[in-house]
Design a protein around this ligand. Structure first.
Ligand SMILES: *[C@@H]1O[C@H](CO)[C@@H](O)[C@H](O)[C@H]1NC(C)=O
Ligand SMILES: *[C@@H]1O[C@H](CO)[C@@H](O)[C@H](O)[C@H]1NC(C)=O
Ligand SMILES: *[C@@H]1O[C@H](CO)[C@@H](O)[C@H](O)[C@H]1NC(C)=O
Ligand SMILES: *[C@@H]1O[C@H](CO)[C@@H](O)[C@H](O)[C@H]1NC(C)=O
Ligand SMILES: *[C@@H]1O[C@H](CO)[C@@H](O)[C@H](O)[C@H]1NC(C)=O
Length: 402
């Protein structure tokens, strides 16, 4: 048999390595043990699983089905259960060793509940105490009397990315268990909120709203230009044909959910609801500048100025400018923008590489400094481990051949 050419092998290695992430999948991790099936089920129902998979450096405190049934018997709303369970996800790595070596015997750790911004004061923090006889205790800071929750065992450790441990009971926090109204995921009413009204009116008048609404189930991110931005854009908008207006409006939606954290950690191309492939790429570049998130279209750079809602699967952010796609405003580069890169050469290369295929929605994984932690990316390679082993096999092949 003819051995694969070195070139093919190198290409294969590059392809495999670039799609390898440190993707952990909490659903898969917990699936191996039936005693955590209820906890696992609720991580999925509350969308916390996606949030956990996107994070790096995290500790998940799972409880068994018996402990979960105590929580479920309280008949809390799903949103409240989400708050309670997010208290069980620490924003730091605690493997078994670290838990038993806590300096000064006690430490306070922030949880995902604290990170939601819904937890007032020190609620959302959990104290970990390495007590007598090597017993590790967990106590929610807003419920000091709960001292009986202890570390049971380690389920999985991937230092220092994810640690999954079992604790004996659900952590009770009065604040996390307080009734919360379900988040409003009705895009129609969300878009009528402060500052998005003018954009909403354009969506309904043009009929583009339908595409936005039908994208909600699969996840959607909407960049809504402020009322002032829409007003300033009025004359240019009037100038567009009906079809162009629709494309412009669809350009303000991305067909995947992006949390603020995901936008902050990802730099790269994103397809939009207007993307059709071929010439009509209608993509935009997300670039984070410290805590700020900028959207670059090559015609304008807009800044994300606020969050209307960020609750998987729906995110709506306010932006300070109407996003002008280069497909509609070629040559209309706004004064303070750098000149667009020469399009011709680039386009030719792209066509050869991608064969004119419609790109999958979501940030372009080929972007250099694009973060690994993206959901779309992880979906594309749900088997991080399998890919890594494939790389190993190929490497062995190479070593064997040369
Ligand atoms: C948590 O730990 C901090 C010090 O690390 C301590 O001041 C505080 O009282 C503790 N709270 C509870 C509820 O144990
Ligand atoms: C943790 O993630 C990094 C990438 O951020 C990866 O290189 C490393 O292999 C991961 N560790 C484990 C134990 O999977
Ligand atoms: C969404 O909100 C709009 C406007 O507030 C309302 O007319 C519509 O009935 C709502 N849809 C659902 C499914 O609740
Ligand atoms: C509208 O289109 C015309 C012709 O294409 C152009 O000359 C004019 O500058 C445009 N107006 C605006 C406000 O963009
Ligand atoms: C994680 O694993 C579950 C079960 O195998 C699967 O349904 C899900 O799509 C996976 N999630 C990701 C992001 O790969």
């Amino acid at each position: 048999m003819q051995p694969l050419s070195a070139y093919t092998l190198i290409l294969l290695i590059i392809t495999l390595s670039t799609t390898t992430t440190n993707a952990h999948n909490i659903t898969q991790i917990l699936q191996k043990t039936p005693e955590f099936s209820t906890f696992n089920h609720y991580l999925t129902l509350t969308h916390l699983a996606g949030e956990i998979n996107r994070r790096q450096t995290i500790t998940v405190c799972a409880v068994d089905n018996a402990a979960m049934s105590t929580l479920i018997s309280k008949h809390l709303s799903l949103q409240t259960i989400k708050n309670v369970l997010s208290l069980h996800v620490f924003a730091d790595y605690y493997g078994s060793k670290k838990l038993h070596q806590i300096t000064k015997g006690s430490t306070s750790t922030a949880t995902m509940y604290q990170a939601t911004g819904e937890a007032p004061g020190t609620t959302g923090f959990v104290n970990i105490t390495d007590g007598k006889g090597g017993k590790v205790h967990f106590t929610p800071e807003d419920n000091p009397s709960q001292t009986d929750v202890v570390y049971v065992k380690s389920i999985l450790e991937m230092p220092y990315n994810i640690s999954v441990i079992q604790i004996s009971e659900i952590l009770n926090s009065p604040e996390a268990e307080a009734p919360t109204s379900a988040p409003d995921l009705n895009l129609t009413s969300l878009l009528q909120r402060d500052g998005c009204k003018a954009f909403y009116d354009m969506l309904t008048t043009s009929g583009a709203i339908g595409t936005f609404l039908s994208s909600v189930d699969g996840g959607v991110t909407v960049f809504c230009p402020s009322d002032d931005a829409v007003k300033a854009f009025g004359a240019k908008y009037k100038n567009l044909t009906a079809e162009e207006k629709t494309s412009l409006l669809l350009y303000h939606g991305v067909p995947v959910y992006n949390s603020m954290g995901m936008l902050r950690s990802s730099n790269g191309l994103m397809n939009t609801l207007a993307t059709e492939g071929g010439k009509n790429k209608y993509d935009l570049t997300v670039q984070n500048d410290g805590e700020d998130v900028k959207l670059k279209t090559k015609v304008v750079t807009a800044a994300v100025t606020g969050t209307v809602v960020d609750d998987e699967p729906v995110a709506v952010y306010r932006v300070d400018k109407v996003l002008m796609p280069r497909e509609l405003f070629k040559g209309a580069v706004v004064a303070d923008e750098p000149a667009p890169a020469p399009e011709e050469g680039k386009k030719k290369k792209k066509t050869v590489k991608k064969g004119g295929d419609v790109e999958a929605p979501g940030p372009d994984a080929s972007s250099d400094d694009y973060s690994d932690g993206d959901a779309a990316d992880q979906k594309a390679n749900s088997g991080g481990k399998i890919v890594s082993s494939a790389v190993m096999v190929v490497l062995f092949l190479v070593v064997g051949l040369f």
